[in-house]
Write a protein that binds this ligand. Structure first.
Ligand code: AMP
Ligand code: MG
Length: 327
């Protein structure tokens, strides 16, 4: 079979990123981050950032690919979920490339891309996935042609909760990594609301309580307590999914997965249950073009391509809406 090369473009939120991969390797990659000077991510500002950077970014990746003799087989893009203006900017570029190069267009679900890159890099077979990012928090696993959602946030994503609290505490966006640093110097745990309902979890009450706790406790202690409480909720639901479905692998995905304490807690739970725990390195955990290219390749090989007229972006695209044609 002829080697296939896929260009993947990611730009649902803060990271505009493009990469070319084949079955085994990453051939080329480039990225450009949008970091708000103050406040949180602004969809229109992020889209403006992407629009002004995407031309040079794609040119660089294509040039690097050319040096390696790449003949592109398809172009894949993040079709959703994500900020509408950002999604539209990236989709427009992907459609133009598909038309100009005469190659298939592939619309990738961003959540599934986080899963597929993790499976690829870690060589995980059939894991329960804890997917934790800015906008999303879900526990999923593959069954009968779909990635089923076993538990998810009832309000905001864990990354969003960390970033909101971080902003209140005076950290620049993103707050997650700074909270992790502060938590290392904590002296004690302060009880905060632990909210697991059935298999779902909620973070907005925890965020409000953590902000209020700053009036009487040190920032270090509140950061630590926020992490311990939120991560315990996520680990509890992941463990129950593992027990319920009867699988023996856990894969961590999404930007919050860069957190060492979360990894440690999941690793302990997995050791207790005799399950394998997989966490790809940080660059594959955060939003990146490689994950879109990898999922695009799997979709290309199972003929899941898109016509231009069906390529509208889907800002609230759920992973369980996708027919998984490649497993
Ligand atoms: P993503 O959208 O998947 O790229 O994830 C972005 C989110 O990951 C943001 O909310 C960040 O605050 C969060 N994040 C990144 N690094 C860490 C970390 N070390 N600890 C906790 N959250 C993090
Ligand atoms: Mg993401």
């Amino acid at each position: 079979m002829k080697n296939k090369f896929v260009l993947g473009i990611e730009g649902t939120a803060w990271n505009l990123s493009a990469a070319i991969i084949d079955r085994t390797d990453v051939i080329a990659e480039a990225e450009s981050h949008y970091t708000p000077k103050e406040g949180g991510l602004h969809p229109r500002m992020a889209a403006q950032h992407h629009a002004s950077e995407i031309g040079d970014l794609i040119r660089d990746v294509l040039a690097e690919g050319k040096e390696h003799g790449v003949d592109l087989s398809a172009v894949a893009f993040s079709q959703g979920p994500g900020f509408g203006p950002c999604l539209r900017t990236v989709a427009t570029a992907a459609r133009a490339l598909s038309l100009a190069l005469g190659i298939p267009l592939i619309g990738v679900n961003h959540c599934i891309a986080h899963i597929e890159v993790g499976r690829w890099i870690c060589n995980a077979k059939d894991p329960v996935i804890l997917y934790v990012s800015g906008g999303n928090s879900q526990v999923l696993s593959y069954r009968d042609g779909k990635y089923r959602i076993f538990g998810e946030t009832l309000d905001i994503g864990i990354g969003n909760a960390l970033d909101k609290f971080g902003r209140y505490a005076g950290f620049q966006h993103p707050g997650g990594p700074k909270i992790e640093e502060m938590a290392k110097n904590a002296k004690k745990y302060i009880p905060l609301p632990y909210v697991v309902k059935g298999m779902d979890f909620s973070f907005s009450g925890l965020t409000t309580a953590a902000k209020e706790a700053l009036a009487h406790a040190s920032l270090e202690d509140v950061c630590h307590s926020f992490q311990e409480t939120a991560f315990a909720m996520l680990v509890e639901v992941t463990e129950r999914a593992l027990a319920h479905i009867g699988k023996d692998e856990v894969l961590l995905a999404g930007g919050v997965g860069a957190n060492e304490r979360l990894k440690e807690m999941l690793d302990l739970m997995c050791k207790d249950r005799g399950a394998k725990f997989y966490a790809p390195e940080k660059k594959f955990m955060c939003d990146n073009g490689i994950m879109i290219a990898r999922t695009g390749l799997l979709m290309l090989e199972s003929d899941a391509t898109l016509s231009i007229k069906d390529s509208a972006v889907i800002p609230n695209y759920r992973p369980d809406d996708v027919d998984v044609t490649w497993i």
